[in-house]
Design a binder for this molecule. Structure first.
Ligand SMILES: *Cc1c(COP(=O)(O)O)cnc(C)c1O
Length: 463
């Protein structure tokens, strides 16, 4: 039958009911805005940005179903219906016994590590996200990354987010009693938004069982990870994303979640876990800093948005559109030879500014210079992940970051195909005149997390 024959064109699986104008600016205005912002994209006003790819966190569009349920948000302080709908959704998808709502992912991390990590402990992860690492270190623990080696050597490995199972086993053998938990981040955000295979999570489970160590997911992008498994993992190909997600969670003892990602909400998160003793400590911590266990720092309507959003994130048409639009941008750039991390990640494309701008040394910040150029060219805001973000050492000295990248992260359901085409056109224009880009000089930088508030200036064009 004709309607069963698949079409090649992948469309946005929604139509638009509420619109928000985009802000067009002139190049002169963008130059002025950058000067006012101290040449720091984080300091730009949103109104000066045309397409904002700074982050996919909390920036997505809500659905009519979410808004509908949000109008029914129950703002009862204790025992609100909204909490029970939220809890039911989290339990249905994760299968985990206890659910603690939090205002965002880092609050779940802080509460979990307060309960499980002691000074000197070692926490293992495929790659810690920066807030996860900071929360381990705040407990005076040591955060160790164990990314798989294939990620570095095989250009198109399908699961570059995998944890290195052999090293995991070895580190656990070498440190008996010192590792309170192992985490796997899906998708691996700091590693380029790369997915983790189900086989890899199963392998980690087996190793953790052998060593008697609990396994947790940093589940922020669990739905995107499930979609990559659906597309790429031999034995799982074509399986429904929700079934894959349920199996991912069935392999772990708990999970932390930022609902600003695959919760499809503007704010929210949770901690879910099985251990009845750990959960008691966590709930006490929650009451101290977040709120009562049935709202955890969220409004009833926030809980409703997440309860619906977790399912919407797993819809096949949505995932197909989302992953395809980023892959499409990657295809267009690859055809022109633009250097980037391949294959593209689930939520973002990572441009390789180090390779694109070999004439700019690391201490003139090629990633930062590229992010600035992309904004000036077309009003698009991305985020440097390079030597401005990671170069500053605790003793105040500077060191080159491992890579000089610009991350273009896509808000969920916010932009359409023509926006992506525009982004490609702007990036290709910048790429064409890459040899003329100049480096940057740091004028003012705070002692920690300097990328958020640093002030820089472009270096003068050589004569
Ligand atoms: C965003 C994120 C977090 C932290 O969540 P917030 O809601 O920003 O606090 C933790 N881990 C990963 C992988 C993330 O992407």
């Amino acid at each position: 039958m004709t309607e069963d024959r698949p079409f090649e064109t992948i469309i946005e699986p929604f139509r638009i009911k509420t619109v928000e104008p985009l802000h067009r600016t002139t190049r002169a205005r963008r130059e002025e805005a950058m000067r006012e912002a101290g040449w720091n994209p984080f300091s730009l006003r949103g109104a000066d940005v045309l397409i904002d790819l700074l982050t996919d966190s909390g920036t997505g569009a809500l659905s009519a179903r979410q808004w509908g349920m949000m109008m029914q948000g129950d703002e009862t302080y204790a025992g609100a219906d909204s909490y029970y709908r939220f809890e039911a959704a989290v339990k249905d998808i994760t299968g985990l016994d206890h659910v603690i709502p939090t205002h965002q992912g880092r609050a779940a991390e802080r509460i979990l590590f307060r309960a499980m990590v002691n000074p000197g402990d070692l926490v293992l992860n495929n790659t810690h996200f920066d807030t996860t690492r900071a929360n381990v270190e705040y407990r005076e623990g040591v955060a160790m990354d164990l990314p798989c080696e294939e990620a570095a050597v095989e250009a198109d490995h399908p699961f570059k987010g995998n944890i290195d199972l052999a090293r995991l086993d070895r580190v656990l053998s070498d440190n008996p009693g010192r590792v309170p938990l192992v985490m796997i981040t899906v998708t691996n955000n700091s590693g380029g938004g790369q997915p983790v295979s189900l086989a890899n999570i199963r392998g980690a489970r087996e190793i953790c069982d052998r060593h008697g160590v609990p396994l947790f997911l940093d589940a922020c992008r669990f739905a995107e990870n499930a979609w990559f498994i659906h597309l790429r993992e031999e034995r799982e190909r074509g399986r429904a994303p929700i079934d894959i997600a349920r199996e991912m969670f069935s392999l772990v003892d708990g999970a932390t979640m930022s609902a600003k990602k695959d919760g499809m909400a503007n704010i929210g998160g949770f901690l879910a876990l099985n251990d009845p003793q750990v959960v008691v400590t966590c709930r006490n911590m929650l009451i101290l800093t977040e709120g009562f266990p049935t709202y955890g720092g969220l409004a009833g309507y926030d809980l409703e948005a997440v309860a619906v959003g977790l399912y919407e994130a797993l819809e096949e048409d949505y995932l197909r559109y989302r992953i395809r639009s980023i892959a499409y941008l990657g295809d267009r750039l690859a055809a022109a030879g633009v250097p980037m991390i391949t294959p593209p990640g689930g939520h973002a494309l990572y441009l390789d500014a180090g390779s694109m701008l070999p004439h700019i040394p690391w201490n003139e910040y090629p990633g930062w210079a590229l992010a600035v150029a992309i904004y000036l060219e077309g009003g698009i805001r991305g985020c440097e992940i390079g030597s401005v973000m990671f170069g500053q050492q605790p003793d105040g000295s500077e060191q080159a970051a491992p890579r000089e990248l610009v991350r273009l992260a896509f808000p969920r359901r916010a932009y359409t195909q023509s926006h992506v085409d525009y982004v490609a056109e702007v990036l290709l224009r910048v790429f064409e005149r890459r040899d003329s880009l100049r480096g940057m000089r740091m004028l003012e930088s705070p002692p920690v997390l300097r990328h958020f508030t640093a002030r820089l200036e472009p270096l003068p064009q050589p004569n």
